[in-house]
Design a protein around this ligand. Structure first.
Ligand SMILES: O=C(O)C(=O)C[C@]1(C(=O)O)C=C[C@@H](O)C=C1
Length: 277
């Protein structure tokens, strides 16, 4: 079995993947689209990618790749606490730049503004790539923001620990596969489903009618968010997360009702939640 993930080794996505899969099955890829393309081409059995951070919101590369496709579904969700560390090969007064993944730079905005005002921030493909860069260019006056695991892996100093702007910083990751069968899960308590819904054009009250289909059946929504359809300005689809309990038959009826309103429903997955602290 092969499990692709947004690498390199020791990235936060690696840590999420290691919670569910043996380390010798894990294969790193350089970007989210590349990881998902490998899954679509059936070169790997599962893909693990980030989907949402509690400070920065949805990971658009993942959402946008999944929208409109029908071959991939979500099998599991992993929620991890995200603790960002400022790393260096040596301490320095004024670094020339600070490298990290855009999500990590955004999660530490306040800290960077207070401690390193005016230092250029450079976005790279993952937090671990930033750590790896430091290890390979130890003479440069550059710092990186990455995990404690990356610091250990590349033998870097933690110059400042836990610099994320909020102690509750968490990221949701999805385990995806091309396997269509609905997975029977033993964890019946803690399950969600995700739908992408595109409303019929120019129908006043369409969103209200879609939400009403869930509301009167007492189906609990965990999230609703809009993303641009990338057609015209002002056209969107909606990401809807649903808390599942004994309501699964009711959910199927709600989807039928929504489709009768001529809204398009994409079933992204039905999955258990694995939360780590
Ligand atoms: O750069 C990494 O280590 C990743 O796994 C990517 C990623 C992300 O894209 O959200 C994962 C978790 C954190 O929110 C920060 C970065």
């Amino acid at each position: 079995m092969k499990v692709g993930y947004l690498g390199p080794k020791s990235s936060f996505t690696f840590q999420a993947a290691s919670e569910l899969f043996a380390e010798d099955t894990l294969v790193p890829f350089a970007s989210i689209p590349l990881t998902l393309e490998q899954l679509e081409a059936k070169k790997i059995d599962f893909a693990v990618v980030p989907i949402e951070n509690s400070l920065e919101g949805s990971v658009h590369a993942t959402v946008d790749h999944l929208f409109g496709q029908s071959s991939i579904t979500v099998k599991e969700e992993v929620i991890l606490p995200i603790r960002q560390q400022l790393l260096g090969t040596h301490s320095m007064e004024q670094p020339e730049k600070i490298l990290s993944h855009p999500q990590a730079l955004a999660q530490t905005k306040q800290y960077l503004k207070n401690h390193y005002p005016g230092v250029p921030l450079e976005a790279v493909s993952s937090t671990t790539f930033a750590a790896q860069y430091l290890a390979k260019h130890s003479r440069e006056k550059v710092l990186a923001i990455a995990s404690e695991k990356a610091a250990q892996e590349y033998n870097l100093k933690i110059i400042a620990a836990d610099i994320q702007d909020n102690v509750m910083n968490q990221t949701r990751f999805w385990v995806l596969s091309t396997e269509k069968k609905k997975k029977k899960t033993t964890n019946q308590q803690n399950k969600k489903a995700t739908l992408f819904i595109t409303l019929p054009a120019n129908l006043p009250g369409a969103l209200h009618q879609v939400l009403a289909a869930f509301a009167w059946r007492e189906i609990d929504l965990a999230k609703i968010e809009s993303r641009p359809l990338k057609t015209h300005l002002g056209e969107y689809f909606f990401i809807i997360d649903i808390v599942l309990n004994e309501n699964e038959a009711l959910l199927e009826n709600a989807i039928t009702e929504i489709e009768l309103l001529h809204a398009k429903v994409q079933w992204v997955g039905r999955y258990p939640i694995n939360k780590f602290t």
